[in-house]
Design a protein around this ligand. Structure first.
Ligand code: FES
Length: 678
């Protein structure tokens, strides 16, 4: 027998190879996904495989105990030094001696699938733009003069099929000493993304270097900035962190920041400097938390809305403040991170910014589209990314539409009298007894309801400090369910509602949830002003969704996905009682967690995903809410709770909303008892 049959699992690829062929070589020739950094020199251990012995009728294979060459000294050395699971071999060392079945474990697959923890179990397929390669470079020769970079390029071409490389002056400055220090063996980090052009050397180490290679996925929001430090070899998030966006001091929402730039010469530059500083500080803190070296961060991917996009790039956002809302560029951007003063990463680190969909629908919405893939949905899905500015996508396999809606910061607990950030002590869940009108609640940091024994002790450290975004949504929805608030959004008087918790507050009323003033704590209530702020926010959101439905020519959606860190905490039932989202079966309302952040991670871990979203964004049809005449009409109708005219038949299956009106026709919060029907 001069050759033998090799079958690889899980790919099922098979072929015959001459005896003595290393398993790694056979894998490469068949296109089997088997990793290697050292190119078969027995030092990286990325090529681990598990041979199967015995009978495999399914594959038509019988594997003899000597189907592979004997365990060798290189494998033993590796096992002694780093450990190797029993039954594993190094694919570059084990040679084929007979028919054999080879399993490639997930850790050895370069393009392995990383299952996301989020609700929708879509996997991230690893195909990073930056990888490590170990090479042996020819020494200089007086008779064949060539530069060190050119000889490194030749080595990469011959040993790794990498055609054409480029290096910055920074890399060239260290190239010669590193090559000599490594005795002409070096490891290089090479960046080659989906765009044509030469591969770029990002880093070079003497001898064999096993990493890690890290990437930073950044979700730059108007209120908060989040970053996920990710291992580029396996997609694992090794640390995450967040900070408040320091631009808040220039304006709470996007338009107030645009006006700040308009009114104050140099204001845009001030905001640019502030946000770049914050992103650098965040990169440093997540890296420190992971105990990692910031120089190991080779790539960053950034997603954000158009105003944040322009301010981060140092572009005056003034055009985004007025129709026709022209972006300086809507295309994706790729550049060395240092060009945008991201100095906390490796000096050669590359930055990728996802494309924007339109002047009001940014790279963050593109990231949500990448993560949630509405273009692959059989049913009509509405994806809502709730934030200071809400981004909405509506679509299915036929068509995808997008718009944004100015919800303001009310859903984040801002502009709410007792509102606060989602932090320990904040009320996040609330239930009101429809009969007694008494509230019970839960705060972040404790699993107990406020009427359960032990609640006081459990919250002694944090106290009950305020209401966060998800808490205020539940509070208003529960007040509506209990008849404390009517369809128009009016809080009733004690006489109208039958509870002394409705206290007079000027000419209106407020509903008291928790009073800790006798122990020096806060008095937490929902005021008429709070209800108005929530009505404005939810009406903007709903009106945006309705505009997309009009454009699509539909009256109903089949599925709703709530995205955004905040979306993860909203109760679907309460969101629908409030009329934030259109009616649909409650079990079809799901949360996607931080989908924009997931989209950023996808683009970070898979260069092909960058090409995919660039193409997809061109197919998404944009609907501009600001100039659409029907927006106002939809907005007014959506101010009622849940809605002035749209019906909610699915919601009616699970809850019965009391028909009450607290409007006395006098001062908006009068003393006569409201009508109560049904
Ligand atoms: Fe590196 Fe086998 S390929 S150890």
């Amino acid at each position: 027998m001069s050759d033998a049959l090799v079958v690889f699992t899980p790919s099922g690829k098979r072929g015959r190879f001459p005896l003595g062929t290393p398993v790694l070589t056979a894998a490469r020739q068949l296109g089997v996904d088997l990793d290697s950094v050292c190119g078969g020199r027995g030092i990286c251990s990325k090529c681990q495989i598990t041979p199967g012995y015995g009978n495999y009728p399914k594959h038509g294979l019988t594997v003899a105990p000597d189907a592979l060459s004997e365990w060798n000294a290189v494998e033993q050395r590796y096992k002694d030094k780093r450990g190797l699971i029993d039954g594993r071999r190094l694919g570059c060392q084990a040679q084929i001696q007979g028919d054999v079945l080879i399993d490639v474990p997930p850790e050895s697959q370069l393009h392995r699938q990383v299952v996301r923890k989020a609700a929708s179990a879509r996997a991230i397929a690893m195909d990073p733009a930056t990888r490590l390669y170990f090479v042996e470079v020819a020494q200089p020769d007086m008779h064949e003069p060539s530069g060190d970079l050119e000889r490194l390029g030749n080595a990469l071409r011959h040993q790794w099929n990498i055609e054409g490389i480029t290096a910055s002056p920074g890399i060239l400055r260290k190239l010669q000493s590193v090559l000599r220090q490594g005795n002409w063996s070096v490891t290089v980090a090479i960046f080659a993304d989906h765009r044509p052009g030469p591969a770029r050397i990002l880093e070079i180490w003497p001898g064999f270097h096993e990493g890690p290679l890290l990437g930073l996925a950044i979700d730059l929001g108007s209120t908060t900035i989040a970053a996920h430090l990710t291992d580029l070899s396996n997609g694992a998030v090794i640390a995450s962190g967040g900070v408040m966006n320091p631009q808040i001091r220039f304006g709470e929402d996007l338009m107030s920041r645009v006006s700040y730039a308009m009114m104050n010469p140099g204001g845009d530059a001030e905001m640019t400097a502030a946000v770049r500083l914050a992103v650098n500080a965040l990169a440093q803190s997540v890296t420190a938390e992971a105990g990692a070296d910031p120089a190991a961060i080779m790539e960053a991917v950034l997603v954000c809305n158009p105003v944040m996009h322009h301010l981060f790039l140092g572009i005056d956002p003034v055009e985004l403040g007025q129709a026709p809302f022209a972006l300086a560029t809507s295309d994706s951007l790729a550049m060395p991170a240092r060009e945008l003063e991201l100095t906390a990463l490796n000096p050669e680190a590359q930055l990728y910014i996802l494309p924007c969909i339109a002047g009001h629908v940014g790279a963050d919405a593109a990231a949500v589209a990448l993560s949630e893939a509405p273009e692959q949905s059989d049913d009509l899905v509405l994806i809502v990314d709730v934030g200071t500015n809400a981004e909405l996508l509506l679509g299915n396999r036929q068509r995808v539409l997008a718009c944004s809606s100015p919800t303001g910061p009310a859903f984040e607990g801002a502009q709410i009298s007792s509102g606060q950030r989602a932090a320990p002590g904040a009320i996040e869940r609330i239930a009101i007894d429809p009969r007694t009108k008494e509230p019970r609640f839960k705060v972040i940091g404790s699993d107990l309801w406020s009427d359960e024994p032990g609640f006081g002790e459990a919250t002694a450290r944090t106290g009950v400090t305020g209401i966060c975004g998800s808490g205020i949504i539940e509070a208003v929805a529960e007040m509506r369910l209990a008849g404390i608030v009517d369809t128009a959004g009016l809080i009733g008087s004690p006489a109208q509602t039958g509870t002394e918790r409705c206290i007079a507050d000027g000419r209106t009323h407020a509903y008291l949830i928790h009073d800790a003033t006798d122990t020096g704590g806060p008095r937490i209530s929902v005021t008429q002003g709070d209800i108005r702020a929530i009505q404005l926010a939810k009406a903007a959101l709903y009106a945006g969704a309705r505009l997309l439905m009009d454009e699509m020519g539909v009256e109903r959606v089949e599925r709703v996905v709530l995205a955004g860190a905040f979306g993860a905490h909203i109760s679907a039932r309460h969101a629908m009682i409030l009329g934030m989202i259109p009616d649909c079966p409650l079990d079809k309302v799901t949360s996607a967690g931080n989908a924009a952040g997931t989209g950023a991670r996808l683009a970070l871990c898979n260069a092909g995903a960058r090409a995919a979203i660039e193409a997809q964004v061109k197919r998404i049809h944009k609907v501009e809410t600001a100039i659409e005449p029907r927006f106002q009409e939809h907005f007014v109708n959506a101010s009622a709770i849940p809605h002035a005219i749209d019906r909610f038949p699915e919601l009616a299956r699970v809850v019965t909303l009391p028909v009450v009106s607290h409007n006395t026709g006098a001062d908006g919060g009068g003393r006569r008892r409201g009508r109560t029907r049904g």
